[in-house]
Design a protein around this ligand. Structure first.
Ligand code: HT7
Ligand code: ZN
Length: 871
């Protein structure tokens, strides 16, 4: 497979002003007629350039130019090159495609008997020959015809302009999208669907019809998405001044989908897991996911659709900015501190691991083989952190002026990350050239902290050293501009006034670290303060900041920054777990460090915000613990964390029980924030209670399982029972759950995941059994993620079994999926690529499985990932 380089970017030889598509839908042989209104691109004045159209798995029937047959072309596997075209032309192609055979779920395919499309990044070329690149923006008119009884609903982008009956029981519709768009935003749906409808009135008084199209049996699961959509529409008007532009906004739910959702202009297509929710069948987490994904796709209408990417190297231009926007939205709807904690937890486990592994890449990559492999946590989450830092550096009002300028200046254009940052530099007058390194350098910077108090001078000197480790292809790293938000705490944990060079800065400030090492001298301090650094996680860095247990305990209970309170608790827990790991490695008896016990005592006494308390009581995940070590002892981590959890559960059994019983178990479900927080905290307590493996706790879990009127409580109880050491504890509940929910594909996903995340030796046997369950299918990405993804990513001690059977199971699945769905196969294989910090025995086994995959005929998607991991 060939590598595509950013440095080779050239504008297209032709532009397309208008596209007329005629799609005649049939399962096996859909006919697509496309008429492209072309003209030469003035940006490419070289004489006689041919037109190179992309096309994949298309059967070509005919080509005409300006109404006459045309034969001056060459056909290849990846497209068609047309020579000696006039400067302006209407090019008509007729092709045939087979949606029923399309298991890759890119282009036009079938899900649950409905036709649907996925065109980002390069799916449109599987529908017709086209300039399938984001810098070619055209107006689309789409005529769809299909069997009227089987596909009564036919949708595409824009406004419905015509419809009617045809012979042979067929019908047609015609849609026109007035906004020029790149082909990746094209969408088409055909099926027996039903709509939940609503309306939104924009700030300027326009009425927008909102339609959520689902299968009939899911109509009752649609309200939450529509409510979320209206909240998002209003939020974008209020916070970013952005109004919706078409008269209709449609969302369609499909069961087979490679990712979460897709922001096609006026016709979003969603994975049903990210749009359907009712309290009986969906957890609070699922409700939150629906709200944030609906908002994310809606926000793309400006950050992505109205202003799009020049090329796929600029992907984070739309994704990083849009994730930042959806995070701001969620923070405004819920607890801002808890939202930040959860986002950072994901970043620091999964994105930091990606940035330290063989597939590490800059947020603006230089090259790729398969663009689908670059829809990564780095592009999305680290990209969002970069935008967050910009907002922090500029301050919100200036950042907002920069965003207004960006949308105004580039509306209707395909642009670059430089264009975005240039707007921010222009409105702020700041030189952001050093800041651009965040986009170009891969790897997570490390910040080392030194502190010195001078009692005679009453000054406190804070010194920060930054260093970014080498990553594949980038050995030398330059210092970054790192915004560090901080406060100084006194002995009681109160914020001290900050005075730097005689200037009073209030309780909190943001210092700008630019050099490899830099110092700040804070004045007029009567005693050594405790710095509260990187408040709100103001930059995506690893902080090496040694503190005593007493200092961490002070921050945990007193820091005015919610994020840093949580962070101090995590650090205390990491220290205690590290001590347990060392005790094991030295063959000593395990003894939990008293500082963590005292921290839990303090937390459980202090009846604070229940949502925050539920977060504070969580121990760091095994994945995050593993992130702390250059050589990972996977078994020791599992044993140490489990021991700490059980010790805390036993020591505080009564406190957890009292807290658990504080909540009325019979209270009917409600979406109110207090109820949601209560469920979070109650289920955190239940997990600790059951960790003691006491009969009384199992009885509580059993009662909750039977009485719950909502999925959050039911699934929490099921998980507690099914993750007991004795597999018999969970058997009855698992069977009852299966009986109750076997018709609900989304709930069955949770049932699969619960079983394979059991942290015991039988988890892999369960995985093998469940692969033959009638509800499982390798062709459905949600099922693959629920079973194989959950086992490999959420059950580290079982995936990394010493006998290598976990690795073999993953490799077998990747080899099978490589044929069916390369995009999903290339994502699934990622846990096998994280072998660098494993012990030699496991490293060798992981590499052997990667080699076994590499020895197969591979898709470019899997080839790219596996070859990087073996390099
Ligand atoms: N912009 C979309 C990214 C995407 C995608 C979505 C569904 C299936 C395949 C896909 N490939 C790329 C989703 C988003 O970030 O909003
Ligand atoms: Zn997105």
């Amino acid at each position: 497979p060939s590598t595509i380089h950013l440095k080779d970017y050239l504008p297209p030889a032709f532009l397309i002003d208008q596209v007329e598509l005629d799609v005649d839908l049939h399962l096996e042989n859909t006919r697509v007629v496309s008429r492209l209104h072309l003209r030469r691109n003035p940006q490419r004045p070289e004489p006689g350039l041919p037109l190179e159209l992309h096309g994949q798995e298309l059967t070509l029937h005919s080509i005409q130019v300006n109404g006459a047959p045309f034969s001056d072309y060459q056909l290849t596997e990846s497209g068609i090159t047309l020579h000696h075209l006039p400067d302006q032309a209407v090019l008509e192609t007729q092709v045939e495609i087979s949606p029923a055979q399309n298991t890759a779920l890119e282009g036009l395919y079938i899900s649950g008997g409905h036709f649907c499309t996925q065109c980002e990044a390069e799916g449109f070329r599987r529908i017709t020959y086209y300039l399938d690149r984001p810098d070619v923006l055209a107006r689309f008119r789409t005529r769809i015809s299909a069997d009227a009884a089987r596909y009564p609903v036919l949708l595409s982008n824009g406004n419905l302009i015509e419809q009617g009956q045809l012979e042979g029981g067929r019908h047609f519709v015609c849609w026109e999208d007035p906004f020029p768009k790149p082909a990746y935003l094209f969408a088409l749906v055909g099926g027996q669907l039903h709509a939940v409808k609503d309306q939104f009135t924009t700030l300027s008084g326009r009425k927008v019809a909102l339609e959520l199209w689902v299968e009939e049996e899911n109509l009752h699961k649609g309200q939450h998405a529509l409510t979320s959509l209206k909240k998002a529409m209003q939020w974008d008007e209020t916070v970013y001044g952005r109004e919706y532009d078409l008269d209709i906004y449609m969302i369609v739910a499909v069961n087979d989908f490679n990712m979460g959702a897709m922001e096609n202009k006026g016709l979003n297509i969603f994975n049903s897991a990210c749009v359907l929710a009712d309290p009986k069948s969906a957890t609070d987490r699922a409700f939150h996911r629906v709200e944030s994904v609906v908002a994310h796709e809606y926000f793309h209408n400006w950050s992505g659709n109205r202003v799009t990417c020049r090329d796929w190297f600029q992907l984070s231009l739309k994704e990083g900015f849009t994730v930042f926007r959806d995070q701001q939205f969620s923070a405004d709807q819920h607890s801002a501190a808890v939202e930040r904690i959860q986002n950072v937890a994901l970043l620091r486990t999964a994105q930091f691991a990606e940035d330290a592994g063989p597939t590490a890449h800059p947020v603006r990559p230089e090259s790729y083989i398969e663009i689908n492999n670059f829809y990564t946590l780095t592009i999305y989450e680290k990209g969002a952190e970069i935008v967050r830092m910009l907002a922090e550096l500029l301050g919100w009002p200036t950042f907002r002026r920069g965003s207004d300028l960006y949308f105004e200046r580039f509306d209707g254009q395909a642009v670059t990350i430089e264009d975005f940052v240039a707007c921010m530099a222009e409105v702020s007058g700041q030189d952001l050239s050093q800041f651009m390194r965040w986009y170009h350098q891969a790897g997570t910077p490390q910040l080392r902290v030194e502190r010195h108090y001078d009692p005679a001078a009453r000054t406190f000197t804070l010194t920060l050293h930054q260093q970014t480790p080498p990553t594949p292809g980038q050995s030398d790293k330059q210092p970054l501009l790192i915004p560090v938000k901080l406060g100084l705490l006194d002995a009681q944990g109160q914020d001290l006034p900050l005075i730097l060079k005689g200037e009073a800065l209030g309780d909190e400030t943001v210092i700008h670290l630019r050099e490899a090492s830099q110092s700040w001298v804070f004045e007029q301090l009567d005693a050594a303060p405790l710095p509260s650094l990187l408040r709100g996680f103001s930059a995506p860095v690893k902080l090496d900041y040694p503190r005593t247990d007493a200092e961490l305990a002070l921050q945990l209970t007193q820091d005015s920054d919610g994020f840093n309170r949580w962070e101090a608790g995590q650090k205390l827990a990491l220290n205690a777990i590290d001590a347990l790991i060392q005790q094991q490695q030295q063959g000593q008896d395990l003894q939990l460090h008293p500082s963590l016990v005292s921290a839990f005592a303090a937390l459980l006494q202090d009846h604070q915000d229940p949502m925050m308390l539920a977060e504070l009581l969580q121990l760091p995940s095994e994945a995050y613990i593993a992130e702390q070590y250059a050589c990972v002892d996977i078994d020791a981590i599992h044993i140490a964390r489990d021991y700490a959890r059980k010790m805390l559960a036993t020591r505080f059994y009564d406190a957890f029980l009292a807290l658990y019983q504080r909540f009325d178990l019979q209270a009917p479900w409600s979406a109110e924030p207090e109820q949601l927080a209560a469920r979070q905290l109650k289920n955190t307590c239940l997990a600790y209670l059951v960790a003691t493996e006491s009969e009384a706790a199992f009885t509580l879990a059993q009662q909750q399982f039977e009485q719950a009127d909502n999925m959050t409580d039911q699934l929490a109880a099921l998980t507690a029972l099914a993750h007991a050491e004795d597999p018999a504890q969970g058997q009855a509940a698992l069977r009852a759950f299966e009986q109750r929910w076997q018709q609900d594909a989304l709930v069955m996903d949770s049932w699969f995941s619960v079983q394979v995340t059991r942290p015991y030796a039988d988890a892999l046997d369960r995985l093998h059994q469940l692969k033959t369950h009638p509800a499982f299918s390798m062709k459905n990405p949600n099922k693959v993620r629920a079973l194989l993804g959950a086992f490999c990513q959420q059950n580290p001690s079982r995936f990394h079994r010493r006998d290598g059977a976990g690795y073999a199971a993953l490799a077998d699945a990747v080899i099978e999926l490589n044929q069916l769905n390369p995009q999903i196969a290339a994502r699934l294989v990622l846990p096998l690529t994280r072998h660098q910090r494993m012990d030699d025995h496991r490293k060798a086994q992981m590499k052997a499985e990667l080699q076994r995959i590499q020895d197969q005929p591979l898709s470019p998607d899997v080839y790219e990932v596996v070859s990087k991991a073996l390099a």
